[in-house]
Design a protein around this ligand. Sequence first.
Ligand SMILES: *Cc1c(COP(=O)(O)O)cnc(C)c1O
Ligand code: SF4
Length: 354
Amino acid sequence: MKQDALRSVADLARVGFISEAARPELEKVSGRYAISITPEMAALIDPADPRDPIALQFVPDARELEQGRGESPDPIGDGAHSPVEGVVHRYPDRVLLKLLHVCPVYCRFCFRREMVGPGKPQSLTPQALDAAMAYIAAHPQIWEVILTGGDPLAMSARRLGDVFGRLRQIAHVKIVRIHTRVPAVDPGRISDELIEVLRNCGKTVYVALHANHPRELTASARSACAKLIDAGIPMLSQSVLLKGVNDNVETLAALMRAFVEMRIKPYYLHHADLAPGTAHLRTSIEEGKALIKALRGHVSGLCQPTYVLDIPGGHGKAPIDPDLSQSSGGGWRIEDFRGRSHDYDDPASAPPIR
Ligand SMILES: *Cc1c(COP(=O)(O)O)cnc(C)c1O
Ligand code: SF4
């Protein structure tokens, strides 16, 4: 029989993930932010280890009630770029389509934590979906639709098939990208029926897997991803840099290598967004830059994600490149993987004025 996800403070106390003493504070957290830990992820948690990297991602913490400096309910400014409900159109050639606000797990660092979970609108109403599709159809510059949420693969294969059936009618949409945690946190959902839907949807589909620690990539997660890739669906990774979870070179290298071994190309490493109550999980940019530098050159180029910051206020993502800076002479100063600096006087740039 399939086990249920852990969804309440009482569930977490029952399995020993939290102490009795912590319950009253965590009930307050649970009143604000949803809790869910799938059996697959629960099985990875060592209740005896207070610093368990899987627990840190999914087990609530009283510090979530603290408002940190700069934190905001809409940290990356989705609201400012939402022309119709469910659509975020920040960049010219691609939109986010947020079909539902439900996830199989609720991450404690989630940048949409004010929008997802029980008690929030669960999914787009049929009318809202009509309006979203009409918006995409009316904007021929939209080349790519990115399904996000919530977790789009928390929907049934049948409902996802309906959405694809409608996207199929929009000829200018060539790419559908699905951002999901499902293949790792609930691999059983990667069913033959879902594979058929994705294989026959008439668009080029990419799946971007969100995972943050190599332990999440279990044997069943690996077979779920292999099933997608064997069906001709390329996969990318995205991870969030999280304090205590993956903010050391060994863990990051192991995570990126595991992705590559699974035929998943590392794509983004996100600097943690300024979501409310997440300061205890956030590193500094300086730490992030040092980690990226340590990966570069020492670990295969296949294993290098782009380290990105989503600029608060809705200005979009920007890569954080630790190696390149303008030199005083007007050229470029670039550091190699051993930390030695080199000047590059770009011959194609304008000559210095004398
Ligand atoms: C992150 C994001 C995308 C996707 O950006 P890529 O750089 O193409 O991965 C698209 N639209 C919005 C609004 C985003 O926040
Ligand atoms: S799966 Fe994504 S949307 Fe859902 S809680 Fe985690 S980070 Fe947020």
